[in-house]
Design a protein around this ligand. Structure first.
Ligand SMILES: C[S@@+](CC[C@H](N)C(=O)[O-])C[C@H]1O[C@@H](n2cnc3c(N)ncnc32)[C@H](O)[C@@H]1O
Ligand SMILES: C[S@@+](CC[C@H](N)C(=O)[O-])C[C@H]1O[C@@H](n2cnc3c(N)ncnc32)[C@H](O)[C@@H]1O
Ligand code: SF4
Length: 552
């Protein structure tokens, strides 16, 4: 099938948790407002607006998987117009408009003043204490979770970025640290989680935070739950904010995996993106990171920039192969309304990125990585030597995760809320407001949305198919014990057509995309999601409340 003959897409936007179809459903949030307040959620100010529903016409034409991290993202229909959208890793996408910088705060106090010794000591204490606790590694899913921590500050606004980030004059780091610790403790308590399998410090630019802050959060997590020494603990690092000595201090604080925002190996492109680093800065950081965290360094590389051509980009990728470690993420640029790049393209001072060229880059790029021994384990993510990101894997497998910090997202079953219903949560976006709320309530949750049965299944489908293993029968049954994958998809003629075209596989293992299918996942979901909705509505009535699903 030639290019352009079928709707193509690939995934979601870079760097976000691919998830909640739910938080973004119009009409669902309104009626819950009162209940939410009654549940003592911190007062709402503003935040991500409602996004497109998953069902209905608008939703069909956009990719559910494109809503990756904190809010609705790309324009409706982007999934059809855009050939591939590799990118994002987390659930919700965000319509988080960057808010004004925090004014009048002091410059980086905290760790720099205190030195790294405290951080190192804390990390060591954590490691030693764990054996004594004797936690079973086979804790039930309801008592396990991943934990995301959002550091909302950056040195400078990149021209393309619409994440929840702020460029302050200074940061009240001690206050921020204390609030992150408090919120982590509160959410761990609310969730009843007793074991944290991974922690991810994302942003913003968490490599601007002090290692003391990272250590304090990890210490709190370990005390409130249990953080095994071999848990994956990732930090996103920007090249210019992460010299070797600082990276080492993060290692001493408990970080054991780094995700470097390299973005490009072309200085002109880096300038266009408004990055503060050069290609040589990026390579130097990468080399230092590999020395300190061998086998546990990832790089983000962007594609589909205005005027970018496939040949030179592939040369960059090949060059990168000479320097990189065992994990690479390829993120297609999403032109975000409200960013400098969007305005430049809108005014015609820059050409719009060509989706056909981006599709070509993605297809050829993934082939290059395959040849180099990388497994494409997810739409945008490639690993060799088993270096998959376990944190992001939890999101794709619809495991529980807690979101700590301004604008963080989480999904977990709150204890004491009368049962097993999983909730999507989003924390208040603006850091000062979030800190006030954490101080008052112990957390800055601004929205809680219980996930309905069908919504959860839609997520299991849309998220699971992003991975190369797809959805096994066993995995599906954890969420839908009375509706098998065969029941849902086995008799659909439309699904059969996708199987015949070799885009999808449904067999004794479960449902998954083929290599070709993974690159056009969003278009497959246009068929699969409605089929799931139909089958779910026609299913035999459940025996009793909660009998047909486990919401874990
Ligand atoms: C851009 S991805 C980069 C991942 C990187 N390529 C890697 O392999 O580690 C950032 C990750 O942070 C997490 N994340 C980002 N924003 C988040 C948010 N607001 N709430 C929860 N998790 C978030 C997700 O796990 C997402 O995959
Ligand atoms: C939000 S950043 C946070 C980490 C760090 N500050 C950095 O810049 O690498 C995480 C990733 O999201 C990607 N990203 C942000 N906005 C994007 C967009 N509009 N399109 C594609 N990728 C984007 C960045 O390139 C980066 O690799
Ligand atoms: S440094 Fe990262 S989070 Fe900050 S503006 Fe740039 S891309 Fe966005």
């Amino acid at each position: 099938m030639g290019r352009g003959t079928r709707p193509r897409t690939g995934g979601q936007r870079a760097g976000e948790a691919a998830q909640p179809t739910t938080l973004s459903r119009k009409g669902r949030t309104g009626g819950r407002g009162e209940r939410v307040r009654a549940q003592q959620v911190a007062p709402q100010r503003r935040g991500p607006g409602p996004s497109q529903p998953v069902r209905g016409r608008g939703a069909r034409s956009r990719s559910p998987s494109s809503s990756c991290r904190g809010g609705p993202d790309g324009p409706a229909g982007a999934a059809l117009r855009t050939p591939v959208r590799p990118g994002a890793c987390l659930p919700i996408s965000r319509r988080t408009r960057p808010l004004p910088a925090v004014a009048g705060a002091m410059a980086l106090p905290g760790a720099r003043a205190r030195g790294w010794a405290a951080a190192t000591k804390m990390a060591q204490r954590r490691r030693h204490a764990e054996d004594a606790k004797g936690f079973p590694s086979t804790a039930p899913p309801s008592s396990r979770a991943a934990l995301y921590v959002h550091w909302p500050y950056c040195e400078k606004r990149c021209s393309y970025c619409n994440f929840n980030k702020y460029v302050p004059r200074g940061v009240e780091e001690a206050a921020m640290r204390s609030c992150l610790v408090t919120e982590a403790q509160t959410l761990l308590g609310l969730s009843g989680v007793r074991r944290v399998d991974s922690v991810f410090f994302g942003g913003g630019t968490p490599s601007l935070a002090s290692p003391n802050t990272v250590a304090a959060v990890l210490e709190a997590v370990d005390q409130a739950a249990h953080l095994p020494a071999d848990s994956e603990v990732t930090l996103e690092a920007n090249p210019t904010s992460a010299p070797g000595s600082r990276l080492a201090a993060f290692g001493a604080a408990g970080i054991n995996r780094l995700s470097i925002g390299l973005q490009s190996l072309d200085d002109k492109e880096l300038q266009l993106l408004g990055r503060t680093h050069s290609a040589s800065d990026a390579l130097q950081t990468l080399a230092e990171a590999r020395r300190l965290f061998p086998g546990r360094v990832s790089v983000d590389l962007m594609l589909g920039l205005p005027a970018q051509k496939s040949g030179p980009w592939l040369r960059q990728l090949r060059e990168l192969l000479g320097y990189c470690d065992d994990h690479i993420s390829l993120y297609q640029l999403t032109l975000e309304r409200g960013t400098a790049l969007f305005t430049q393209v809108q005014r015609g001072t820059l050409p719009a990125p060509d989706p056909e060229v981006a599709a070509e880059m993605y297809q050829e790029g993934r082939a290059v990585l395959r040849e180099a021994g990388f497994r494409q384990y997810e739409v945008s993510n490639f690993a060799r030597n088993g270096a998959l990101s376990t944190h992001n894997w939890t999101y794709w497998q619809c495991g529980q995760y807690l979101g700590v910090g301004p604008g963080a997202h989480g999904r977990f079953v709150p204890q004491g809320a009368g049962g097993h219903t999983r909730e999507a949560r989003i924390q208040t976006l603006e850091p000062d407001n979030w800190m006030k709320e954490v101080t008052l309530f112990g957390h800055g949750t601004r929205k809680r949305v219980p996930l309905g049965e069908l919504e959860l299944l839609e997520e299991v489908l849309a998220m699971g198919l992003r991975t190369d293993v797809g959805i096994t029968h066993q995995h599906w049954q954890r969420f839908a014990s009375q509706l098998s994958l065969w029941d849902v998809f086995g008799s659909s003629q439309e699904v059969k057509a996708l199987l015949v075209q070799g885009l999808l596989l449904l067999d004794h293992r479960g449902l998954r995309c083929s290599w070709e299918g993974l690159a056009v996942l969003d278009s497959l979901l246009l068929t699969l999601l409605p089929r799931l909705q139909e089958a779910w509505l026609q299913r035999a009535p459940p025996l009793g409340k909660g009998d047909d699903q486990m919401f874990l």
